[in-house]
Ligand binder design. Structure first.
Ligand SMILES: N[C@@H](CCC(=O)N[C@@H](CS)C(=O)NCC(=O)O)C(=O)O
Length: 215
Protein backbone atom coordinates (compact mmCIF):
# COMPACT_ATOMS: atom_id res chain seq x y z
CA UNK A 1 0.00 0.00 0.00
CA UNK A 2 1.03 3.60 -0.59
CA UNK A 3 0.02 6.70 1.38
CA UNK A 4 0.24 10.12 -0.29
CA UNK A 5 0.76 12.85 2.29
CA UNK A 6 2.18 16.23 3.29
CA UNK A 7 4.27 16.07 6.45
CA UNK A 8 2.51 19.06 8.05
CA UNK A 9 -1.02 17.86 7.24
CA UNK A 10 -2.92 16.83 10.40
CA UNK A 11 -5.36 14.70 8.38
CA UNK A 12 -2.36 12.83 6.95
CA UNK A 13 -1.01 12.31 10.48
CA UNK A 14 -4.27 10.56 11.37
CA UNK A 15 -3.70 8.07 8.57
CA UNK A 16 0.03 7.69 9.32
CA UNK A 17 -0.75 6.97 12.99
CA UNK A 18 -2.95 3.97 12.34
CA UNK A 19 -0.26 2.27 10.23
CA UNK A 20 2.30 2.74 13.00
CA UNK A 21 -0.03 1.81 15.85
CA UNK A 22 -1.34 -1.31 14.11
CA UNK A 23 2.10 -2.25 12.77
CA UNK A 24 0.93 -2.30 9.16
CA UNK A 25 3.45 -1.65 6.36
CA UNK A 26 2.99 1.33 4.05
CA UNK A 27 5.10 3.36 1.65
CA UNK A 28 4.72 7.07 2.39
CA UNK A 29 4.94 9.43 -0.58
CA UNK A 30 5.20 13.15 0.16
CA UNK A 31 3.71 15.24 -2.66
CA UNK A 32 4.84 18.77 -3.41
CA UNK A 33 2.21 21.16 -2.07
CA UNK A 34 1.56 22.66 -5.52
CA UNK A 35 1.23 19.28 -7.27
CA UNK A 36 -2.44 19.36 -8.28
CA UNK A 37 -2.10 16.78 -11.08
CA UNK A 38 -1.29 13.73 -8.93
CA UNK A 39 -4.11 13.93 -6.35
CA UNK A 40 -6.70 14.95 -8.94
CA UNK A 41 -5.72 11.96 -11.11
CA UNK A 42 -6.02 9.63 -8.09
CA UNK A 43 -9.23 10.80 -6.34
CA UNK A 44 -10.57 13.69 -8.43
CA UNK A 45 -9.64 16.31 -5.81
CA UNK A 46 -6.55 18.29 -4.77
CA UNK A 47 -6.48 16.74 -1.32
CA UNK A 48 -4.37 14.39 0.82
CA UNK A 49 -4.17 11.90 2.49
CA UNK A 50 -4.77 9.38 -0.29
CA UNK A 51 -4.35 5.66 0.27
CA UNK A 52 -3.49 3.32 -2.58
CA UNK A 53 -4.84 -0.02 -1.41
CA UNK A 54 -3.25 -3.39 -2.17
CA UNK A 55 -5.68 -3.88 -5.11
CA UNK A 56 -4.48 -0.61 -6.68
CA UNK A 57 -7.66 1.38 -5.96
CA UNK A 58 -7.52 4.72 -4.14
CA UNK A 59 -9.27 6.09 -1.09
CA UNK A 60 -9.34 9.68 0.27
CA UNK A 61 -10.68 10.95 3.62
CA UNK A 62 -8.47 10.43 6.64
CA UNK A 63 -11.06 8.79 8.90
CA UNK A 64 -12.12 6.36 6.16
CA UNK A 65 -8.46 5.37 5.83
CA UNK A 66 -8.09 5.01 9.61
CA UNK A 67 -11.18 2.79 9.87
CA UNK A 68 -10.16 0.73 6.83
CA UNK A 69 -6.63 0.02 8.10
CA UNK A 70 -7.85 -0.58 11.65
CA UNK A 71 -10.30 -3.24 10.39
CA UNK A 72 -7.72 -4.72 8.00
CA UNK A 73 -5.36 -5.20 10.97
CA UNK A 74 -8.05 -7.33 12.66
CA UNK A 75 -9.07 -4.83 15.34
CA UNK A 76 -12.59 -3.88 16.47
CA UNK A 77 -13.89 -0.40 15.52
CA UNK A 78 -12.28 2.49 17.40
CA UNK A 79 -14.14 3.98 20.35
CA UNK A 80 -15.76 7.34 19.56
CA UNK A 81 -14.33 10.70 20.56
CA UNK A 82 -15.60 12.42 23.72
CA UNK A 83 -17.65 15.63 23.59
CA UNK A 84 -15.19 17.44 25.90
CA UNK A 85 -12.29 16.70 23.56
CA UNK A 86 -14.34 17.78 20.53
CA UNK A 87 -15.23 21.04 22.28
CA UNK A 88 -11.56 21.68 23.12
CA UNK A 89 -10.53 20.98 19.51
CA UNK A 90 -13.19 23.33 18.19
CA UNK A 91 -12.06 26.08 20.54
CA UNK A 92 -8.37 25.90 19.65
CA UNK A 93 -9.22 25.24 16.00
CA UNK A 94 -10.35 28.86 15.78
CA UNK A 95 -6.81 30.22 16.10
CA UNK A 96 -4.03 27.61 16.08
CA UNK A 97 -3.57 27.77 12.31
CA UNK A 98 -2.31 31.31 12.87
CA UNK A 99 0.57 29.82 14.85
CA UNK A 100 1.09 26.72 12.72
CA UNK A 101 0.65 27.68 9.05
CA UNK A 102 3.31 30.44 8.91
CA UNK A 103 5.75 27.94 10.47
CA UNK A 104 4.81 25.04 8.16
CA UNK A 105 6.72 26.65 5.30
CA UNK A 106 9.80 27.47 7.40
CA UNK A 107 10.60 23.96 8.65
CA UNK A 108 12.24 22.57 5.51
CA UNK A 109 9.51 19.96 4.98
CA UNK A 110 9.59 17.89 1.79
CA UNK A 111 6.22 19.19 0.48
CA UNK A 112 7.82 22.65 0.46
CA UNK A 113 11.02 21.69 -1.37
CA UNK A 114 10.55 24.33 -4.10
CA UNK A 115 9.83 28.09 -3.92
CA UNK A 116 6.70 27.50 -6.04
CA UNK A 117 5.26 25.01 -3.54
CA UNK A 118 5.84 27.48 -0.69
CA UNK A 119 4.21 30.34 -2.59
CA UNK A 120 1.24 28.12 -3.53
CA UNK A 121 0.61 27.38 0.17
CA UNK A 122 1.03 31.00 1.25
CA UNK A 123 -1.35 32.29 -1.44
CA UNK A 124 -3.98 29.69 -0.54
CA UNK A 125 -3.81 29.92 3.25
CA UNK A 126 -3.44 33.71 3.59
CA UNK A 127 -6.99 33.92 2.18
CA UNK A 128 -8.14 32.25 5.43
CA UNK A 129 -5.81 33.52 8.15
CA UNK A 130 -4.42 36.75 6.68
CA UNK A 131 -0.77 37.70 6.32
CA UNK A 132 1.68 35.05 7.54
CA UNK A 133 4.06 37.82 8.60
CA UNK A 134 1.39 39.54 10.73
CA UNK A 135 0.33 36.27 12.33
CA UNK A 136 3.97 35.44 13.07
CA UNK A 137 4.28 38.88 14.70
CA UNK A 138 1.31 38.10 16.95
CA UNK A 139 2.97 34.90 18.26
CA UNK A 140 3.09 36.06 21.93
CA UNK A 141 -0.68 36.68 21.95
CA UNK A 142 -1.55 33.27 20.44
CA UNK A 143 1.10 31.49 22.50
CA UNK A 144 -0.43 32.75 25.76
CA UNK A 145 -3.83 31.54 24.56
CA UNK A 146 -2.68 28.04 23.52
CA UNK A 147 -0.59 27.55 26.66
CA UNK A 148 -3.71 28.32 28.75
CA UNK A 149 -5.82 25.99 26.60
CA UNK A 150 -3.21 23.22 26.92
CA UNK A 151 -3.57 23.43 30.69
CA UNK A 152 -7.29 22.73 30.23
CA UNK A 153 -6.51 19.84 27.89
CA UNK A 154 -4.24 18.28 30.49
CA UNK A 155 -7.31 17.55 32.64
CA UNK A 156 -8.94 15.69 29.71
CA UNK A 157 -6.01 13.33 29.05
CA UNK A 158 -6.83 10.24 31.06
CA UNK A 159 -3.54 8.35 30.76
CA UNK A 160 -0.05 8.88 29.30
CA UNK A 161 -0.88 6.13 26.79
CA UNK A 162 -4.38 6.78 25.54
CA UNK A 163 -6.46 9.96 25.74
CA UNK A 164 -9.49 8.03 27.03
CA UNK A 165 -7.36 6.06 29.47
CA UNK A 166 -8.20 2.56 28.28
CA UNK A 167 -7.44 2.00 24.65
CA UNK A 168 -6.86 3.64 21.26
CA UNK A 169 -9.88 5.79 20.37
CA UNK A 170 -10.84 8.47 17.87
CA UNK A 171 -9.75 10.97 20.53
CA UNK A 172 -6.16 9.91 19.91
CA UNK A 173 -6.59 9.98 16.13
CA UNK A 174 -7.86 13.57 16.12
CA UNK A 175 -5.86 14.97 19.03
CA UNK A 176 -2.32 13.72 18.45
CA UNK A 177 -1.95 15.30 14.96
CA UNK A 178 -2.87 18.71 16.40
CA UNK A 179 -0.44 18.36 19.31
CA UNK A 180 2.29 17.16 16.93
CA UNK A 181 1.82 20.32 14.87
CA UNK A 182 1.89 22.49 17.98
CA UNK A 183 5.32 21.01 18.81
CA UNK A 184 6.72 23.22 16.02
CA UNK A 185 5.93 26.39 18.01
CA UNK A 186 8.85 27.63 20.08
CA UNK A 187 7.69 28.57 23.57
CA UNK A 188 4.79 26.12 23.65
CA UNK A 189 4.41 24.56 27.09
CA UNK A 190 2.88 21.11 27.16
CA UNK A 191 1.81 20.34 30.74
CA UNK A 192 3.38 17.16 32.13
CA UNK A 193 0.60 14.68 31.36
CA UNK A 194 0.11 16.06 27.85
CA UNK A 195 3.85 15.98 27.18
CA UNK A 196 4.11 12.32 28.20
CA UNK A 197 1.05 11.54 26.10
CA UNK A 198 2.49 13.22 22.98
CA UNK A 199 5.88 11.55 23.39
CA UNK A 200 4.36 8.10 24.02
CA UNK A 201 2.01 8.41 21.08
CA UNK A 202 4.78 9.54 18.72
CA UNK A 203 6.82 6.51 19.70
CA UNK A 204 3.93 4.04 19.34
CA UNK A 205 2.77 5.56 16.05
CA UNK A 206 6.37 5.68 14.78
CA UNK A 207 6.11 9.39 13.97
CA UNK A 208 8.44 12.27 14.66
CA UNK A 209 7.66 15.50 16.51
CA UNK A 210 8.90 19.00 15.67
CA UNK A 211 10.35 19.98 19.08
CA UNK A 212 13.95 19.84 17.78
CA UNK A 213 13.08 22.27 14.93
CA UNK A 214 10.61 24.51 16.77
CA UNK A 215 10.57 28.13 15.66
N1 LIG B 1 -11.70 15.70 5.03
C1 LIG B 1 -10.37 15.47 4.53
C2 LIG B 1 -9.57 16.75 4.65
C3 LIG B 1 -8.16 16.61 4.09
C4 LIG B 1 -7.51 17.97 3.87
O1 LIG B 1 -8.13 19.03 4.06
N2 LIG B 1 -6.25 17.95 3.48
C5 LIG B 1 -5.54 19.19 3.20
C6 LIG B 1 -4.11 19.17 3.74
S1 LIG B 1 -4.07 19.35 5.49
C7 LIG B 1 -5.39 19.35 1.69
O2 LIG B 1 -5.04 18.41 1.00
N3 LIG B 1 -5.66 20.56 1.19
C8 LIG B 1 -5.39 20.92 -0.17
C9 LIG B 1 -4.56 22.15 -0.24
O3 LIG B 1 -4.28 22.74 0.82
O4 LIG B 1 -4.16 22.53 -1.33
C10 LIG B 1 -9.74 14.33 5.32
O5 LIG B 1 -10.09 14.16 6.49
O6 LIG B 1 -8.91 13.59 4.75
Amino acid sequence: MKLYIYDHCPFCSRARMIFGLRQMAVEEIVLLNDDETTPIALIGAKQVPILQKADGSHMGESLDIVNYINALSGNPPLADTRAAVQTWLQRVGEYINRLIMPRDVELGLPEFATPESIQYFIDKKEKFIGSFAENRHKTPEYLAKINADLRDLDALIQSPDWANGATLSLDDIVLFPILRNLSMVKGIVFPEKTLHYVQNMAQKAKMDLYFDRAL
